[in-house]
Design a protein around this ligand. Structure first.
Ligand SMILES: *Cc1c(COP(=O)(O)O)cnc(C)c1O
Length: 395
């Protein structure tokens, strides 16, 4: 009898993770994802969620979700191309298109699956994809699934992007430039106006993944494209419904042609069940709420600016973020992990992000401030940073 079922090859790899000090257990909490959570049994200030606007546990969204469950049940029952396409899916798409100021929106089941499905559908053999080196993992996977050739430009480096365009543009029929709108580890924005200029100069299409810009940047959270006033000049504008919008889902906003094509060739549309009614109901309410008021986005930015300024005054290096993502750069990997552990002992949950997620020697605590935090909670968090920073000789 072979011992194949013992999965020894995986056990060996797991031991390697332990030897490298990167093995971890998943943290567990037992309530809604709020500013204060009960994590692994302790009450802590949560500085790690993507629940930017506090929508994940918003009473109006919950009520809408419950209503949708009562009418539509808990599952869509099929893929959209067969019999999973409910009127609320169509309504959410129409609303999102209005919100995003684009012709049409095609929904996906998550931001990840949107990139995995959309890129391969729009870039084929004989085409070229040019991607920023710091693009999200789901873009990297989406690009791998495409039969197009690939090139990578240095992060936000327009000279490098133009070098690739000069060298390669002529050899391909279609060229697609892909970038994150907001880079999630540093909080910096893509140089979208310059990317669009270059794209138009060299007749290329543009694809912007705005997962961290959706509900955060632009007028009432319309995103990075709105922030830069580039409507009509970005061909594929991707958003997530899982972060600021509070539930789950992803989408491409753009032209009617985009939607027509993806509804035939976006593989997750054809081969994965449509979003559940509860999420769709909640998301319709989320978009309505954003179109009604800037209260949530205003509070998010106010809190983020408040927190960043206080940490900066204490002498922490908060990098070059232009968004509520606030990295506190510690440097050394082990020290970053230790810093995060001590923060937790002091009642603050800030995740340590280290190599290989970010370059060696740039370990950081990535703080995600939300509209749901009170100033008192942020003050308490700053006090914990001060205490740990002094203890460890960082400030
Ligand atoms: C979070 C994220 C995604 C994935 O979105 P989900 O809806 O959580 O699957 C995709 N792209 C970027 C840039 C992200 O930050």
């Amino acid at each position: 009898m072979s011992n194949v079922h013992e999965l020894n090859y995986l056990k060996e790899k797991i031991q390697e993770l332990k030897d490298q000090g990167v093995y971890r257990k998943l943290p567990v909490f037992d309530g809604a994802n709020e500013a204060i959570i009960n994590l692994n049994g302790a009450t802590v200030i949560n500085l790690s969620s993507n629940n930017y606007l506090g929508f994940a546990n918003h009473p109006r969204l919950k009520e809408a979700a419950i209503k949708a469950i009562e009418k539509y049940g808990v599952g869509a029952g099929a893929v959209r191309t067969i019999v999973g396409n409910m009127d609320i899916h169509e309504e959410l798409e129409r609303l999102l298109a209005e919100f995003k100021r684009e012709e049409a929106v095609m929904l996906f089941q998550s931001g990840f699956n949107c990139n995995a499905g959309a890129i391969q559908a729009i870039a084929d053999k004989g085409d070229l994809i040019i991607s920023d080196e710091l693009n999200h993992a789901s873009i990297i996977d989406g690009v791998k699934l495409s039969k197009a050739d690939k090139a990578v430009f240095k992060h936000s480096n327009m000279d490098d992007l133009e070098r690739i365009l000069k060298e390669k543009r002529k050899q391909y029929s279609n060229v697609l430039i892909i970038t994150d709108g907001v880079f999630s580890m540093d909080g910096d924005l893509a140089k979208l106006p310059e990317i669009v200029e270059l794209a138009e100069l060299y007749s290329c299409m543009t694809y912007v993944d705005d997962a961290h810009g959706s509900g955060v940047l632009g007028e009432s959270g319309r995103g990075t494209v709105d922030h830069f006033g580039l409507h009509g000049r970005i061909d594929f504008s991707i958003g997530t419904l899982s972060k600021a919008l509070g539930s789950i889902g992803g989408y491409v906003a753009g032209s009617k042609t985009m939607k027509e094509w993806l509804s035939h060739r976006g593989r997750p549309i054809l081969f994965s069940t449509a979003l559940p009614p509860a999420s769709v109901g909640a998301l319709i309410e989320a978009v309505n709420l954003l179109m009604e008021t800037t209260e949530y986005t205003d509070r998010l930015w106010d809190n983020a600016n408040y927190f960043k300024e206080k940490l900066g005054k204490l002498g922490f290096n908060t990098g070059h973020s232009e968004t509520p993502i606030t990295p506190v750069i510690i440097g050394d990997e082990a020290r970053t992990v230790a810093f995060s552990g001590k923060l937790l002992e002091n009642g603050v949950f800030g995740s340590a992000i280290v190599f290989p997620t970010v370059p060696k020697g740039t370990g950081r605590i990535r703080c995600m401030v939300t509209a749901g935090h009170t100033k008192e909670q942020l003050d308490q968090a700053v006090d914990a940073f001060k205490k740990v920073g002094q203890e460890m000789g960082i400030i």
